[in-house]
Every structure is written in structure tokens, then in C-alpha cells.
Design a protein around this ligand. Structure first.
Ligand code: GRF
Length: 203
């Protein structure tokens, strides 16, 4: 399946997907990486991996989110993309993009949704005193950090954890979860066993 990855920053989840797609039996192939930020470090990582990586800067579009999305959508379609993975893409999406890619756009979020949608999830998890935290891969709908859940991975919260400690523990699981959830969605019959009891990764 030809996929695109949309990023805004460092691109570590993108890199996990690039690594997964390098395996000959993985059911997705990355045709382009797009960023709304021309200086996103992830673009260089993608180019170093030999991928087409481009920016569609949102700034010239001002407040016209839909116009920026139309530009993104045109590039995706011209490249023959069939599925989009948001990986740290820090833009609120309008119904234009969510509807045109309904069922074909995934996002990774650093919490066990429906807990802690939005930003600063690790700080908020610590404030709430939860003992389990984690990450979620879900289909994108019009509502931010909502939509059918495809997989989750949980990690323990330890006494004395800082938000950075927790972020690092969750990020390690994000890098396992995203490829696993994508594989399961595209080719359930060959995806590795759905439940990984050891780390509570479930797709
Ligand atoms: C990740 O924590 C992801 O869950 C969130 O934004 C962060 C992006 O990190 N949506 P990276 O760019 O993939 O390293």
C-alpha cells in the first residue's frame, strides 16, 4: 500500500515507520514524507533514507486551513498515496482532509485515549496520578485525538517520574506500536500476534 507520512518535527515515529517499511514483507511502502514546517528535522532523516520529502508550509496560507489542506491533498493524490500516517503532525485538521481520507488516515497520540487528548499528555498523566499511561494509534476523524482505536501500548508510571521520563518510556512504545498497528490494518492475516503480553502492546 502506498503511504505518506505527515510530520512537523523530529520525526522519530516516521523513522520507526521507515525502518518497518524496509522489511520486504511489510505491507506498506512510503511514497512521500510531507511536513508543514520546512525546517522539520524529520525531513532530513527522510531524505537521508532516500525518500521524497517535501514541505507544504502552512504560513503563506494564513488562517485559511482548508487552502493549506487542499495543497497537501493535491500532493498526496498526485503521488498516488492511498493511506496517510500522521506522525507528530501538529495541525488541527478540517473536515476537508478528515472526510476525504476517512478510514485511510492514522494518527499516533501519546496517551491511552480517550484519556488525555490534546497536548502535554505526560504532565497531565502525572498530575492525574494514573498508574498506567501509554500511546494510541487511531483512525482520524473530525474530532482531534478521537476516532476508532487500532492499537494501544501501555507503560507503568513510576513514583518520581518526570514528564521527560514518562515521555521517553512512552516514545519507545510508540515506535513499536505504530508499525504494528499499520501492519494489522493493512494485512491482518500476516501481522504478528495481536497481543504482546510482555509489554501490553495490543493491536
Ligand atoms: C509523538 O509523541 C507523537 O505521539 C505525538 O507527537 C510526537 C511526535 O514525535 N503525536 P516524533 O516527531 O515522531 O519524534
Amino acid at each position: 500500500c502506498p503511504i505518506a507520512i505527515l510530520i512537523s518535527g523530529r520525526g522519530s515515529n516516521m523513522r520507526a515507520l521507515i525502518d518497518a517499511c524496509a522489511a520486504p514483507d511489510f505491507p506498506a511502502r512510503i511514497v512521500m514524507v510531507l511536513s508543514n514546517k520546512p525546517d522539520a528535522p524529520g525531513l532530513d532523516i527522510a531524505r537521508a533514507a532516500g525518500l521524497r520529502a517535501e514541505a507544504v508550509d502552512h504560513r503563506p496560507f494564513g488562517k485559511d486551513r482548508a487552502a493549506h489542506e487542499r495543497a497537501v491533498d493535491t500532493m498526496l493524490r498526485e503521488a498516488g498515496v492511498e493511506l496517510v500516517c500522521l506522525a507528530g503532525y501538529m495541525r488541527l485538521l478540517t473536515p476537508f482532509l478528515t472526510e476525504s481520507w476517512a478510514g485511510r488516515m492514522l494518527n499516533i497520540h501519546p496517551s491511552l485515549l480517550p484519556a488525555f487528548p490534546g497536548l502535554h499528555t505526560h504532565e497531565r498523566a502525572l498530575e492525574a496520578g494514573v498508574k498506567l499511561h501509554g500511546c494510541t494509534v487511531h483512525l482520524v476523524t473530525e474530532v482531534m485525538d478521537d476516532g476508532p482505536i487500532l492499537g494501544q501500548a501501555a507503560v507503568p508510571v513510576h513514583a518520581g517520574d518526570t514528564p521527560e521520563d514518562l515521555a521517553a518510556r512512552v516514545l519507545e512504545q510508540e515506535h513499536r506500536l505504530y508499525p504494528a498497528a499499520l501492519h494489522r490494518l493493512l494485512r491482518p492475516e500476516t501481522s504478528p500476534s495481536a497481543e504482546d503480553g510482555g509489554s501490553l502492546l495490543v493491536v
